[in-house]
Every structure is written in C-alpha cells, then in structure tokens.
Ligand binder design. Structure first.
Ligand code: SF4
Length: 188
C-alpha cells in the first residue's frame, strides 16, 4: 500500500503499465502541499510538465496560478496533479485505457492528501471523477458531495487560453470555490 507521495513517485517512475512510459521524459506526480484541504486534478502533463516533472508550470499553469492569486489562495497551500502521470504525445486527450491503467495512482494520491475539496480541471477529469455525463460548459462551478469529498469542476486553464471568452466564468468559479474553501476551514 502506498503511504507517502515519495513512495507514489517511486512506483510511478518505475511504471510501465501503459505505452506512455515509452515516450515520457519525466513522470509528473504533483506539486504543493501533500496534505492540502484543496486538491486540483487535471487530465495529463503537457510539454513543459514532461520536461520539468512538475504539473501546471507551462502557460496554462501560469494562468491557473493567476486565478488562485485573484481568489486569495496561496499556490503552496493547495495540491495540484493530473489523472495521468505521463504525457500523451502531442498533448492528445488521454485514452480510456491509459486512464484505467493510471487511475489507481490517483486514488492513492487522494488517500494520501485527504483533501476536503477536489476540483476537476477540464472535461476529461470531470467525466472520470464526477459523472461520465458531465458537460463542462453546463456543469462547471456546481458543487457535488461525493462520499466524504466536496467536488466541482472548472474549465481547464488551457481551454481558457484557447477561448478567452470563458475567463469571466472561470474567475467567478474560482471566487466561489475560495469562499467555500474558507468556510470549510472554519473561516480562516
Ligand atoms: S501514465 Fe500512469 S499507467 Fe501509464 S506509464 Fe505513466 S504512470 Fe504508468
């Protein structure tokens, strides 16, 4: 049983359960506080993440950080990761079999971090973690109680780079999330 993020990292670095092991540069596990109350889950590493081994550090990651700052959330106090730990070539969508192969690592990660709130970033993460029928344009920003976790989904920051018209809704979602997060932490 995986008990720590470092144990998880060691397992993933040796993992060859799907074909992405052949093309990855670095395995990308997560960044931030490994015992955060607020956890964000995207879909897969991109090029900069693959090169650095750190999630959400490219242009989309920098935009994501600006949303956190706008909502008064310190990026070091949250935990950020992806469903897949290795980059799909050319940033294509993760295949269902890749998600199936990798999802056990995410489950371990959720057990280690044990957050109060999980935020799916983007359609693929929301469909995998909240509801297969999830529609991001219709359902983003809504809160769902799933077992012990409060969950919601936001637009993926890379979608905001491609379609800036969604930025206003994305900021509103982040502000509402920050309010919920502070309330769950007892109004800190
Ligand atoms: S994406 Fe996940 S399952 Fe596939 S090789 Fe990487 S760590 Fe293993």
């Amino acid at each position: 049983m995986i008990m720590t993020i470092e144990e998880l990292r060691a397992q993933c670095e040796n993992c060859r359960k799907c074909a992405l092991a052949e093309t990855r540069t670095k395995v990308v596990i997560g960044r931030g506080d490994p015992h955060a109350d607020l956890m964000f889950v995207g879909e897969a590493p991109g090029q900069t993440e693959d090169e650095t081994g750190i999630p959400f550090v490219g242009a989309a990651g920098q935009l994501f950080d600006r949303y956190l700052i706008a909502a008064g959330i310190d990026r070091e106090e949250v935990y950020v990761c992806n469903i897949l730990k290795c980059r799909p070539p050319h940033n294509r969508d993760p295949l269902p079999e890749e998600q199936d192969a990798c999802i056990g690592y995410l489950r371990s990660q959720v057990r280690i971090v044990d957050p109060k709130i999980i935020v799916c970033l983007g359609r693929i993460s929301a469909m995998r973690m909240i509801d297969p029928a999830f529609r991001i344009t219709r359902d983003h920003g809504k809160f769902y109680q799933k077992g012990k976790f409060l969950m919601c989904a936001h637009y993926h920051p890379s979608a905001l780079l491609h379609d800036p018209s969604k930025k206003e809704e994305a900021l509103a979602d982040m502000l509402a999330l920050a309010e919920k997060y502070r309330a769950l932490r007892g109004g800190e």
